[in-house]
Design a protein around this ligand. Structure first.
Ligand code: ZN
Length: 325
């Protein structure tokens, strides 16, 4: 019987080449299909009250750019931030996102191994860390002065800080509220317990806003408007803050990590999708929708929760407050 000689060296070489080709194809074909055409409902912005919006930074880190987005990234280093927005409206101050809990390591002790590892790696690179209270104090605000808190979604690096702001009412879309109430594994148990009993479901109305069919207007005057972008979590939101007809931002949570993803219609990196998205198919559809909105409303400033460069651009370089000029 003839013996088949396997040339292991050649086989390995061929596998490496095939892997590189497959990886290359994946990088070059990452662009998503455009979102289905959608009419724009342009909001009325000519009678807004005087509002100030502040950038509160809880911590920052540097991450390899390719971790941020699928495709061949143009961002060599992803300047990562954990930040919140403080909206100062004549009717009260509202905080959007609160960073990590000061007790994050103890709170995540019982989590599955992979999640603990992911948290450890994320926390390991953090610098300039401060609590939500400290960040509020830097712009002359206090937890007691807050009218409400909005979480872009219920993950620990956005909701965690609420374990410290124990008196502040929490506003969430019904889907995210349910996630917390059900003690879903996407939410850290201690953080779910910390906000239970003070959560209110946002009353979304079938009122078109930009390219969305439903919206929730927090103050009822067009300053702070929320729409739904499910995928990263079931109740992930896009939060619009309008200072003037031309000074506008939309905070898009973790639906993308980098503004580049919106400009180039790219989903997050496969690793970030795997570890952080509840439904990556829905998340991709949300990215395509945001890209479409960006094309329709180029003056709208997109603020991915963790893209420090995007925050710097809107706020003029460093954490602090801006008004309409
Ligand atoms: Zn996040």
């Amino acid at each position: 019987m003839a013996r088949v000689r396997i040339r292991w060296g050649r086989l390995l070489g061929a596998l490496v080449v095939l892997g590189l080709i497959a990886g290359g194809i994946k990088l070059l074909t990452a662009e998503l299909s455009p979102a289905p055409a959608h009419a724009r409902a342009a909001p009325k912005l000519d009678a807004l009250p005087r509002v100030e919006v502040c950038w509160l930074e809880f911590s920052r880190s540097d991450v390899w750019g390719q971790m941020g987005t699928a495709g061949l990234t143009r961002t060599a280093t992803w300047r990562n931030t954990a930040s919140g927005l403080l909206v100062r409206h004549p009717k009260g101050e509202v905080l959007i996102d609160a960073g990590y809990s000061p007790n994050v390591l103890e709170e995540t002790k019982g989590r599955p191994l992979l999640q603990r590892l992911f948290t450890k790696i994320a926390l390991g690179g953090l610098r300039d860390a401060s609590t939500a209270t400290q960040a509020l104090q830097r712009v002359g605000a206090t937890p007691a002065g807050l009218k409400g808190f909005i979480a872009s979604h219920a993950h620990q690096d956005h909701l965690g800080g609420m374990v410290e702001l124990t008196q502040v009412p929490v506003w969430l879309p019904p889907e995210e509220l349910e996630l917390i109430r059900a003690h879903d594994e996407a939410v850290v148990l201690e953080q779910a317990r910390a906000v239970e009993g003070r959560m209110t479901a946002m009353a979304f109305e079938p009122k078109p806003y930009e390219t969305f069919d439903e919206s929730f207007d927090f103050f009822g005057d067009g300053v702070l408007v929320v729409t739904k972008i499910p995928g990263h979590t079931p109740g992930s939101i896009a939060t619009f803050v309008n200072l003037s007809p031309t000074k506008r931002l939309v905070h898009v949570g973790d639906t993308v990590n980098l503004t580049e993803s919106i400009e180039r219609r790219l989903p997050k990196s496969t690793v970030m999708q795997f570890f952080t998205d509840t439904d990556s198919g829905e998340a991709k559809a949300a990215v395509a929708k945001l890209s479409q909105l960006h094309e329709l409303v180029p003056e709208l400033h997109f603020l991915p929760a963790h893209d420090r460069e995007a925050w710097k651009k809107f706020f003029g370089g460093t954490p602090g407050c801006v008004t309409a000029k």
